[in-house]
Ligand binder design. Structure first.
Ligand SMILES: Nc1ncnc2c1ncn2[C@@H]1O[C@H](COP(=O)(O)OP(=O)(O)OP(=O)(O)O)[C@@H](O)[C@H]1O
Length: 241
């Protein structure tokens, strides 16, 4: 599903090049569910931006669903992102002037009669416990409900790859727990490959595969050295790797 080879990315800060990512090889198989943890500033969000094609790598190869991003035109990359990649963000990024239903509808890439589109969207909203909330504006929904709408928006095109960047980061623990469960259940039910960046250990522990970005990234190891517990087997975030 995802293949990364010799990927590098740096940013220029105050005229100085700062290397952020150098990933020799990383693969995620179809249907796998992976949680990525790691210290703040270690390049986790940057990695998701590169996988989604929102940002370009300096060098290397990223293939999503067999399609090498660097070989695609910008228009084709946009089309791939719209149809093959769902993206869930910490702050939902719903359009405030649109209803829950409209926020999902505008993300749909299939051409269908309006009635059919609405039926599909309402089915999804029902599935995430928001039946009857389709006409509500984001401001009329709780934060957890807004994230549910954002999850539906990310999934409505049935993308093979679902990315989530701190999806529970701005939620209280109980709502975070519900959103974690929802993401796990929906991705399993629909066979999505799911890659989540998170500081939420409760969420990370549910994932069959967990990794610390320092395990695949060759840079930043000096900036973010692994901190071993006395047992030597658990890192700073408490995740056995
Ligand atoms: N557009 C940019 N220009 C310059 N530096 C950037 C840019 N985007 C990110 N960075 C820097 O790259 C580094 C990695 O950022 P990134 O957001 O990927 O980290 P992260 O691991 O997701 O952090 P967090 O866990 O705090 O969200 C940080 O030092 C950040 O300041």
């Amino acid at each position: 599903m995802l293949q990364i080879q010799n990927l590098t990315k740096q940013f220029t800060v105050d005229g100085r090049a700062v290397p952020i990512l150098d990933i020799p090889l990383w693969k995620v198989e179809k249907g796998e569910r992976v949680a990525i943890t790691g210290p703040s500033g270690s390049g986790k969000s940057t990695l998701l931006h590169l996988i989604s094609g929102i940002m370009s790598a300096d060098s290397g190869r990223i293939a999503v669903d067999g399609q090498p991003l660097h070989e695609l035109s910008e228009a084709k990359r946009d089309a791939l992102r719209a149809s093959a990649i769902g993206y869930v963000l910490q702050d939902f990024h719903l359009i405030p002037s649109l209803t829950a239903r409209q926020n999902v509808e505008i993300a749909m890439t299939v051409q269908l009669p309006q009635k059919e589109r609405r039926r599909i969207v309402d089915g999804w909203l029902e599935q995430v416990g928001l039946g009857g909330r389709g006409r509500h504006l984001p401001s009329q929904l709780s934060r957890g409900q807004q994230q549910r709408v954002a999850i539906v928006r990310a999934m409505v095109n049935n993308p093979p790859l679902l990315l989530a960047d701190e999806p529970t980061g701005s939620l209280d623990w109980e709502t975070a727990d519900e959103i974690s469960s929802l993401l796990m259940e929906l991705s399993a039910a629909h066979g999505h490959t799911l890659i989540v960046v998170t500081h939420d250990l409760n969420m990370a522990e549910r994932f069959p595969r967990r990794l610390n970005i320092r395990d695949i990234n060759e840079v930043r190891r000096e900036t973010f050295p692994r901190q071993r517990s006395s047992s030597g087997s658990v890192d700073k975030e408490g995740i056995s790797l």
